[in-house]
Design a protein around this ligand. Structure first.
Ligand code: X90
Length: 276
């Protein structure tokens, strides 16, 4: 079976070792400049342009053509997207999938709405890859991936919701929560794929405490964790160490967010994807 995994760039996964994989980029618009969130993007250049820019900025999802290009020529495709509640990415992928199946009778594209983004998408991508190594019928693989998706979670800690609010992705009343210096919101991707606030904290220690409390309440038992950050490696590593102190040997990895997540998580923001 000629199998391919495809995702969008909010997953921060540019390549997947030893697997057929492609990533459809979102785009970040800063004034007249367009930053395509692909492997060639310099994330530091993006964030410094953002700091320097005074006017409105925005993002755009990959269109049908970008998805079709990512599908390439594969027979079986699993396509994992950012939550459909916050982006048109999923809808564009669905349109592309229908077109692809019509043009290539017998081929299949399954589009999974992650109801999440960032490091939780990485977990799903990696599980799809593990499942693809087994001799499973495509429908069974899809079922198992969907079961796994119900067991993964996303948490985040943000110091500003400015870009989320100004792009109409969250209610402006929530934005006011983090207007004060030093205040962070801890939130999660809800079961419906919406941004939900868990707590409002001040100081790094309290923020870490809130994240750990929430992971415990959601039955985290030492499974895989991915932490991504926007220019905040010390905070991400402090969280990793706090997780390891409570769950020794847990497979926890830390890495920088790419363009889309850096834009919305903003300076200092942290995203945590984990298995329950
Ligand atoms: O232009 C577009 O179609 C992209 C819009 C994306 C909007 C949300 C991106 C969120 C990135 C911020 C914190 C995580 C929130 C997750 C809630 C489900 C990361």
């Amino acid at each position: 079976m000629d199998f391919k995994i495809v995702a969008d760039s909010s997953s921060d996964v540019l390549a997947l070792q030893g697997a057929a994989y492609a990533c459809a980029p979102l785009t970040i618009e800063i004034g007249p400049k367009s930053f395509v969130d692909d492997a060639s993007l310099d994330v530091d250049e993006l964030t410094s342009s953002l700091r320097a820019h005074k006017g409105k900025t925005s993002t755009a999802c990959p269109g049908t053509a970008a998805w079709l290009e990512a599908f390439g020529d594969a027979e079986r495709i699993v396509c994992i997207t950012i939550t459909s509640k916050l982006s048109g990415t999923y809808n564009a992928a669905k349109v592309a999938a229908r077109e692809y199946e019509e043009h290539h009778p017998g081929r299949r594209v399954f589009v999974l709405d992650s109801l999440s983004t960032g490091p939780e998408m990485r977990l799903l991508i990696e599980r799809a890859e593990t499942l693809a190594r087994q001799p499973l019928p495509f429908d069974v693989l899809i079922e198992q991936l969907q079961t796994y998706a119900r067991q993964t979670r996303l948490l985040f800690a943000l110091s500003s919701l400015h870009n989320l609010v100004s792009n109409g992705r969250v209610n402006p009343a929530l934005g006011a929560l983090v207007g004060l210096l030093g205040i962070r919101v801890v939130g999660r991707a809800s079961e419906q794929g919406e941004l939900e606030i868990v707590s409002k904290t001040r100081g790094e220690k309290k923020t870490l405490g809130s994240i750990l409390d929430h992971m415990r309440a959601e039955q985290y038992h030492g499974g895989k964790v991915y932490i991504t950050h926007c220019h905040n490696e010390p905070f991400a590593c402090a969280l990793r160490d706090a997780i390891l102190a409570d769950w020794p040997g847990a497979p926890v990895s830390v890495g920088p967010a790419r363009g889309l997540c850096s834009y919305y998580a903003e300076e200092g923001g942290l995203l945590v994807g984990y298995e329950t």
